[in-house]
Design a protein around this ligand. Structure first.
Ligand code: NAP
Length: 367
């Protein structure tokens, strides 16, 4: 099978670099089109990335270095590549003004190029699905309605949610599916510095320190789960009524891996600690059933050690795509508390975007 040619908007950035590293050898997708700011446009990727590669792992330079970086604002160049059969869809990892990203992503979709986005610009667009494939794969039902309402034929936009909620959304969804209503949730996150991109948080602010504020993060953490848990209705997503969420988001001196300590209050039906662990151990969803290449085999890994999960030891579990949970115990204020951990730049960013694209391909939305 010939591979699907894909593009990366924001290819020189932190998330863009993760896409390049993770897509090397992907069985379905092949990186053929790279775009970034006008500062990088016109250079080969090798020149544009020289001295700016932030990851500890490398990429297949022979496949990527010779590609000329395009200006991501030049939708015409992408449309021409699409017409030549050299571009089927793009991953959007742009960092620029929100309105500019919103407009650009719409222009790509209007030009017939599907956009799988990591940016927050379109997360609150009511007809744009915000996907965690294990949780709300059914929200892809919105795509034909989005296309019809906007007059787009092939193009569409999907987004992935904020990285900070990934450590507990899947565990919460697994419990909801098992019939345990979650009424209230308090989450305190300890978020890695890579979540702020590069150069990100100044080293003197974060070394030997905890910064108890990440702009906009708590608001996103409290709202985004309600869209993800919502229902497709009349061409839009109707947000779920609950759970009521209170989030405290902190930046900590960890390179990768967002940790969250979470307390849950259930409705009338309350699971025991053992029942919670059983639900999580047995949880499987559509990405596992479909055998998507980036899907973790065991999406929620329950750690029994008293001192796990830890970012340094558990963030890379199952292709860095699994959520690790541990310290599941009774909560004297709510009902149950636990620690959740996920890799923020893989599950929470580029890996999550790739899994979204795999889901879309498996459902027939990508050619
Ligand atoms: P980043 O490292 O700052 O990279 C930004 C990218 O956007 C670069 O390729 C840059 O190109 C390009 N760019 C900047 N200004 C541009 C312009 N005016 N026109 C066209 N391209 C422009 O950012 P990042 O951390 O990778 O984040 C990318 C996106 O993913 C953001 O929307 C962010 O909110 C989201 N996100 C990040 C994370 C994470 O863990 N870091 C997690 C989830 C979501 P040049 O190199 O040429 O300047």
């Amino acid at each position: 099978m010939s591979k699907i040619p894909v593009g990366i908007l924001g290819a020189t950035g932190m998330v863009g670099q993760n896409y390049i590293a993770l897509l090397a050898g992907h069985p379905w997708f092949e990186v053929k089109y790279l775009a970034a700011s006008p500062r990088s446009a016109g250079k080969t990727y090798g020149e544009a990335a020289a001295g700016r590669w932030h990851l500890r792992r490398g990429y297949e330079a022979a496949l990527i270095d010779g590609i000329t970086v395009q200006d991501a604002n030049d939708v015409g160049a992408a449309a021409a590549a699409e017409k030549r059969g050299e571009l089927a869809f793009v991953f959007s990892a742009l960092e620029m003004d929100k309105d500019a990203i919103l407009g650009l992503e719409e222009s790509y979709a209007a030009a017939g190029i599907p956009v799988v986005s990591n940016a927050s610009a379109n997360r609150w667009t009511p007809d744009v699905p915000m996907l965690i494939p294990e949780v709300n794969a059914a929200h892809t039902d919105l795509i034909p309605l989005q296309q019809k309402a906007r007059g787009w034929t092939k193009g569409f936009i999907v987004v992935k949610p904020n990285c900070s909620i990934q450590s507990y959304m899947m565990p919460v969804w697994a419990l909801l599916q098992a019939g345990y209503e979650v009424k209230r949730l308090i989450a305190t996150t300890m978020q890695a510095v890579s979540g702020a991109g590069f150069p990100g948080v100044p080293s003197l602010d974060v070394i030997d320190n905890v910064v108890p504020f990440i702009g906009g993060e708590e608001e996103k953490s409290e709202k985004e789960p309600l869209k993800i848990l919502g229902a497709v209705e009349g061409g839009l997503i109707r947000n779920a009524a609950g759970p009521l969420i209170s989030a405290h988001c902190n930046r900590v001196p960890v390179s990768d891996g967002h940790t969250a300590t979470v307390s849950l209050e259930f409705g009338a039906k309350k699971p025991s600690v053992e029942q919670v662990k059983e639900v999580w151990r047995n949880f499987r969803a559509l990405p596992q059933e479909l055998g998507l290449p980036f899907a973790p085999t065991q999406p929620i890994i329950v750690r029994e050690e008293a001192n796990r999960p830890q970012p340094g030891k558990d963030r890379d579990a199952d292709k860095s795509m699994a959520v690790s949970v541990g310290r599941v115990r009774a909560c004297p204020v709510f009902d149950i508390r636990f620690v959740g951990l996920s890799h923020n730049t893989i599950r929470g960013a580029a890996g999550g975007g790739i899994l979204n694209a795999e889901l879309l391909k498996a459902k027939g939305f990508l050619g």
